[in-house]
Design a protein around this ligand. Structure first.
Ligand SMILES: NC(=O)c1ccc[n+]([C@@H]2O[C@H](COP(=O)([O-])OP(=O)(O)OC[C@H]3O[C@@H](n4cnc5c(N)ncnc54)[C@H](OP(=O)(O)O)[C@@H]3O)[C@@H](O)[C@H]2O)c1
Length: 244
């Protein structure tokens, strides 16, 4: 039986690994795209161990390598059913004229979105396909601590919203994922953050379920939905004084 193929961009983070396992288990062959060959090979081996009948094709791409984006995309050359994007680089501000400014905005938004448009164009041609893209609650209201990262995630949220509108009369499905904290191995979360966090395993399962239910916006859980609703409606005069 021919299987459907899913492309996972940024597949080597913990959430990407969990998603790879879930989609492989659910009869998808995988195209994994990440910047790190060794991590790619490890993931390939892991999937092969767990799901012997799953084909895994791997490609290396640093998303900042604009020239290579279309070269890699053209190499994929397979009927891809959907794409999941996990690429992101978290960043706390050190100074307003931060040397990381362009890298952070390009990784989290512009160069990433540019790569995703290659998939969208093909999905549109065949009038079928899905894009699941992980943004962040940090994109819902700019905070003093991390607003370079947050503004790029906000642009990504807006891009995805625009895509849903642009493709409204097609069979394309577009999901925005808005996690709060993800409890990766080695993440340094304080007590409250830990309490509010979600494991990559659970987040991946929620994403898979939400895709089957055609949910377009997915938070980690109801608590985060509530927190962000409150944060969004706080008047500016109050919000700018809040410390978090
Ligand atoms: N951790 C959280 O609390 C949290 C909260 C909200 C949203 N998110 C979002 O969730 C997603 C997963 O993040 P994570 O924190 O769980 O793990 P992470 O390890 O920070 O994941 C980031 C992924 O992006 C890839 N990446 C970063 N820069 C890249 C570049 N220049 N080219 C290609 N790939 C690049 C990383 O590749 P490597 O594997 O090679 O490093 C990794 O696969 C991200 O989009 C993040 O913004 C995370």
């Amino acid at each position: 039986m021919t299987k459907k193929i899913i492309a996972i961009v940024g597949a080597t983070c913990e959430l990407g690994i969990e998603l790879s396992k879930i989609y492989a288990k659910n009869n998808f062959d995988l195209i994994i795209i990440s910047r790190n060959k060794e991590k790619n090979n490890n993931l390939k081996n892991l999937i092969k161990e767990k799901q012997k009948d799953t084909k895994v094709f791997s490609y290396e791409l640093d998303i900042l390598d604009l020239e290579n984006q279309s070269k890699i995309y053209n190499k994929l050359n397979k009927p891809i059913e959907g794409v999941i994007s996990l690429i992101g680089e978290t960043h706390n501000i050190e100074k307003i004229n931060d040397p990381m400014f362009l890298n952070i905005t390009n990784i989290n938004y512009s160069y990433l979105a540019n790569f995703l448009t290659l998939f969208l164009e093909d999905f549109h041609k065949k009038n079928n396909g899905f894009l699941i893209c992980v943004s962040s609650v940090a994109g819902l209201r700019g905070r003093g601590k991390n607003f370079i990262y947050g503004s790029a995630k906000a642009a990504l949220i807006s891009f995805l919203s625009g895509c849903r509108n642009y493709y409204k009369n097609t069979n394309l499905f577009i999901m925005t994922v808005l996690p709060g904290f993800i409890s990766n191995q080695g993440s340094k979360l304080n007590k409250v953050e830990k309490f509010l966090s979600i494991s990559p395993h659970l987040m991946a399962n929620k994403i898979f379920l939400a895709q089957s239910q055609k949910k377009e916006i997915l938070y980690s859980n109801f608590v985060w939905r509530l927190i962000m609703f409150t944060i969004k409606i706080l008047p500016n005069s109050v919000f700018k004084k809040v410390k978090f």
